[in-house]
Design a protein around this ligand. Sequence first.
Ligand SMILES: Cc1cc2nc3c(=O)[nH]c(=O)nc-3n(C[C@H](O)[C@H](O)[C@H](O)COP(=O)(O)OP(=O)(O)OC[C@H]3O[C@@H](n4cnc5c(N)ncnc54)[C@H](O)[C@@H]3O)c2cc1C
Length: 453
Amino acid sequence: MPKRIVIIGGGPAGNSCATNAARLGAEVVLVERDVIGGAAHLHDCIPSKAMIATGNARQFLRRVMRMGLAEVGSDVDLEALGERLRTIEGRLEAQTRTLLASQRVDLIHGEATIVDAHTVRSESTAGVTDHEADMIVLAAGSRPRIPDWAEIDGDRVMTTRDAYPPNTVPSHAIVIGSGVTGVEFVHLFESIGSEVTLVVSRQQVLPGKDPEVAAVLEEDFLRRGIRLFKGARATAVEREGDDVVVQCNDGRVARGSHALLAVGSIPNSETLGLENAGVETDQGYVPVDMNLRSNVPHIYAAGDLSGRLPLSSVATMQGRKIAEHAMGALRREHHRLIDYDKAASAIFTEPEIADVGLAEADAFSEGRKVRVTKVPFAASAKAMINDDSRGFVKIVSDPATGVVLGGSIVGRHAAELISVLAIAVTNGLTVSDIHESLLVHPTLSEALSDAAE
Ligand SMILES: Cc1cc2nc3c(=O)[nH]c(=O)nc-3n(C[C@H](O)[C@H](O)[C@H](O)COP(=O)(O)OP(=O)(O)OC[C@H]3O[C@@H](n4cnc5c(N)ncnc54)[C@H](O)[C@@H]3O)c2cc1C
């Protein structure tokens, strides 16, 4: 008898688990209440990056005069932009559905709840069905956190989910929260023509990131006229006529046309019926072991719900690892566990920021001996051709063996270029492995080779 796996949630974690488990011979039921592709496709990664692409195009048009072209119109057409976002999301959903169907995954559009440790109930317009399961995978994701001092109206006071696109281009957007999502929205709003104020609760934009990397972004924001309220915690957001007023704990007040909250997320776990199967939670997240199992061994959790790194790429990998573990497909010696410390991540501002592995600042605070080499893009021919020489490549390696331990890239296409360092970090490659590779000229990746010299 094939193993029967029931998955709750059709985001990156659920979809990846479903296709991989089905490929390995499982009978898979996937229950999704909203859109196949999950919040990642509908609300998070994809629409935010698609809007950033529009903003970047507009910024590029502002620069074309320097490259010998006449200026062209560059106002944002929000209706066309909205249409573009819906088209991308629709295409991705269709593609994912085709993939799931090709693996004979039984796709159910409905709300799932756990009835007992081996039964998941789906409720939809088609009715209520109980699904027997040898294994259950919880991949229900998360949603934006809304603090009790803020009332979201979806128009002037928004979470990220109300901003794809906003009803109007904000004349003055106040972004609350300076983590990855916050700074991406600062970049996005400014690049589509808004004045922007960023409320930063700490003294550094992007708290927790390499200070040198965060400083480049901060400098760029200041150059673009973005106002920074550093060390200020928002305590209230209110509408006053057409204005939105944000009060901060240090007495400062920001007044604008719109406010966007980017203050973290909370897990979608409270209505799953976890208690019916004895699944333990920690602040709503489902703690998992290294094989992504909850305290109930045949119930796994993946993606944002697992409380590990909240990235789509991590969710996808977790989904695959669950499929492999649940299906016993891997011989133990070949089974690689996820090393979250080696996950590459990027911030799609301009310049882009990407990093992987050990950060220089962390090595320093741990008193660890490392070799740090840094090459600015200003020395790159391709950067000159692009008329954009902002940023640098930094590689952190082991001084004794040359093994690449981490790195940061700030600059154009950093999110693509970091893949080279991610492969090196994951596979224990050395700086010589990078430097001995014959790369294309002229490219920005040559700076990686130079930094690896
Ligand atoms: C603004 C923003 C931008 C981001 N950009 C990036 C990025 O560029 N790159 C990146 O790697 N990560 C990015 N992330 C993070 C990324 O979106 C998440 O880590 C990822 O979506 C997590 O995937 P998931 O499968 O756990 O959950 P989700 O994508 O949230 O999917 C979970 C699904 O479960 C469904 N569901 C929940 N409960 C039930 C139920 N009871 N019954 C049926 N279905 C249910 C939901 O409808 C949802 O479709 C971003 C996040 C935000 C907020």
